[in-house]
Write a new protein. Structure first.
Length: 258
C-alpha cells in the first residue's frame, strides 16, 4: 500500500470513528449541550400614583390607598429598579410629589467553570473569591441605602395619605399635568424603552382648576382606579380601568401594559 492509500485509509477510519461515537451518544440519549439563551432583563419602571382626596370619593366604593397597599410595587422596584412618585388630587393638585428612587442592585459574577487544569482553576477561584467578597460588600451597602429610602418614602406617604378627603372640588388636570411632567423626565442611564405608567385613583370628576391645555407628552400608559367603573373627565386619556389599587398594581407588575 503506497503512502497516498495509507493516508486515505486513515481519513476514512477517522470519519467512521467519529460517526460511531455520535451514534453511541445518540443511543445513550446523550445530546450535545445547547447554549443557554440569554435572559431578558426587565426594564426599569417609572410610576406616578395620584390619589383623589375630594368629597365625591367618600361614596365611590373605591378601596383606600395605604402605604401597605403599595408594598407589592415597592418589592417589584427592588428587582427591576426605577422610581415611584405619589401625589394627591384635590382642589389644588399641582403640589409636589413624594418620590422614591431605587437604583439597580449590584451585579453578581458567576463562579468560574472548571477547565481540568489544576493550577489555572485554583488561580481563577482565588480571583473569584476576592471579587465575590467585594460584590457582597456592595450588595450590603445597596440594601442598606435602599431600605433607608423606602422607609423615608413610607413615612412621607403615610402622612400624605392620612389627610382627610375634604376638598370641595377636584382639579383633575393639574394632577394629570404633574404626573405627566414626572413621567416625561429623561433618564439617560436607563434603557430607552423603560416603562412609564400613571395610576389615577379617582372618579375623574373635574370641576375646578385649569382645563387640560395640551395632550400628555410622556407617552405613558394611563390607568384609572374607581370602584364605580366610570372614567369621568379622564375618558379623554382612554385609561385602562380597575376596581381597586391592588388589581392595578398587579397589572403593572405583570408587565401587561408594556
Amino acid at each position: 500500500m503506497n503512502a497516498t492509500n495509507s493516508l486515505f485509509a486513515l481519513l476514512v477510519g477517522a470519519v467512521l470513528l467519529i460517526a460511531a461515537c455520535g451514534e453511541h451518544r445518540a443511543e445513550a440519549g446523550v445530546e450535545p449541550a445547547a447554549p443557554e439563551a440569554p435572559q431578558a432583563e426587565a426594564a426599569p419602571l417609572k410610576t406616578a400614583i395620584l390619589v383623589d382626596q375630594t368629597g365625591s370619593m367618600t361614596w365611590s366604593n373605591t378601596s383606600q390607598v395605604t402605604p401597605e397597599s403599595l408594598q407589592p410595587l415597592l418589592d417589584y422596584l427592588r428587582t427591576v429598579s426605577g422610581e415611584l412618585a405619589l401625589g394627591l388630587i384635590r382642589d389644588r393638585s399641582a403640589l409636589g410629589l413624594v418620590r422614591l428612587r431605587i437604583d439597580p442592585a449590584p451585579a453578581a459574577t458567576a463562579a468560574p467553570k472548571r477547565t481540568g487544569k489544576a493550577f489555572s482553576d485554583q488561580r481563577a477561584m482565588r480571583e473569584y473569591r476576592k471579587l465575590a467578597a467585594e460584590e457582597q460588600r456592595r450588595q450590603a451597602e445597596w440594601e442598606e441605602e435602599t431600605n433607608r429610602r423606602v422607609e423615608q418614602f413610607l413615612s412621607q406617604a403615610r402622612a400624605l395619605l392620612a389627610r382627610p378627603a375634604s376638598a370641595r372640588c377636584t382639579s383633575i388636570w393639574e394632577a394629570v399635568s404633574r404626573a405627566d411632567a414626572f413621567l416625561a423626565e429623561d433618564e439617560p442611564q436607563w434603557p430607552k424603552d423603560f416603562a412609564r405608567v400613571a395610576i389615577l385613583v379617582s372618579d375623574g370628576q373635574h370641576n375646578c382648576g385649569p382645563a387640560l391645555s395640551a395632550p400628555p407628552r410622556s407617552q405613558a400608559a394611563w390607568l384609572q382606579v374607581h370602584g364605580a367603573g366610570t372614567a369621568g373627565s379622564l375618558d379623554i386619556l382612554k385609561p385602562r380601568r380597575f376596581e381597586g389599587i391592588a388589581a392595578a398594581l398587579r397589572y403593572v407588575i405583570n408587565g401587561s401594559d408594556r
